[in-house]
Design a protein around this ligand. Structure first.
Ligand code: URA
Length: 278
């Protein structure tokens, strides 16, 4: 994780750009400080960061694998289990030419980033740019996501697992017109996403928006209620902490909400620092 004193110029510029985007374009505190009042001005009241809720205090989340599964999804899970690498999963997905979403898509969009990364980010579905380029989060929302990641010392290009990320989606093909994927489409893709997580073994999962948060944790609350709360994904090899946050496309439409996403990213940064010490 990047400390302030070993940040390079590129990371410092990314952090500054992100803070300006969040609206922090003035170098002032939230409360005025009377510098003539004495040696030590009273500290302005601190705005608490949302707590990274301790996992023990969280109710056990519904494990998606234990839920009812239709035979079609079980069949997908059996096929996905045959794949031993992310490349094999991507190739198997790309070969599904009879699946309606695959048939209308230009490219299969599976993962991007470092397969050994400690952090895995999961979005909803590829958009137009992603469909054209075959990589997740490469459009405008992806560019914002990259800046947010850089501000906490993470990047999809980094080679070290501690400072890199792996990115994927709930569904691997663009739904026509960028509509929300149907339950059936998500159910078809989920076994493949689960297999992807089993192979990549991330230490932390970040859900970008409600769709991945709902599918991975079984929670049904809206994203504004779920965001910033640490939940769990019940993976085959054990529980993985999940942090739901706001989708970057939503942040582009509602820039004032970037401050909430920033809090979540700081919570992620703290969590990763804690994990590094264990
Ligand atoms: N939005 C998503 O949820 N995923 C992408 O890959 C791009 C935009």
């Amino acid at each position: 994780m990047t400390r302030r004193d070993d940040m390079d110029a590129r990371q410092a510029a990314a952090l500054l750009a992100w803070q300006v985007e969040m609206g922090a374009d003035e170098a002032i505190a939230e409360m005025p400080i009377d510098r003539l009042a004495g040696e030590k001005p009273p500290a302005p009241p601190r705005k608490e960061m949302p707590p990274a809720a301790p996992e023990a205090a969280q109710p056990r989340q519904y494990p998606p694998q234990a839920g009812p599964r239709d035979p079609a999804a079980r069949q997908q899970a059996a096929q996905a289990a045959q794949c031993a690498t992310l490349e094999e999963i991507a190739a198997a997905l790309d070969a599904m030419t009879d699946f309606p979403l695959r048939a209308t898509a230009t490219h299969t969009v599976h993962t991007d980033g470092n397969p050994r990364a400690h952090v895995m980010l999961i979005g909803e579905a590829p958009g137009r740019e992603e469909d054209l380029r075959g990589r997740p989060f490469v459009g405008r929302s992806g560019q914002l996501l990259d800046r947010m990641l850089a501000a906490i010392g993470l990047s999809r290009q980094a080679e070290e697992p501690e400072s890199s990320v792996l990115i994927s989606n709930v569904v691997f093909w663009r739904p026509p017109g960028n509509r929300k994927p149907t339950e059936q489409e998500a159910a078809h893709c989920l076994p493949w996403l689960e297999r992807t997580m089993e192979i990549a073994r991330p230490r932390v999962i970040v859900c970008l928006g409600a769709t991945p948060a709902h599918h991975l944790t079984g929670q049904t609350k809206g994203i504004l209620k779920l965001r910033g709360t640490w939940l769990e994904y019940a993976g085959k090899d054990g529980a993985i902490p999940v942090l739901p946050t706001l989708h970057p496309a939503y942040l582009l439409r509602q820039p004032v909400q970037k401050r909430l996403a920033w809090r979540d990213f700081l919570s992620l940064k703290i969590r990763l620092e804690e994990l590094r010490q264990t």
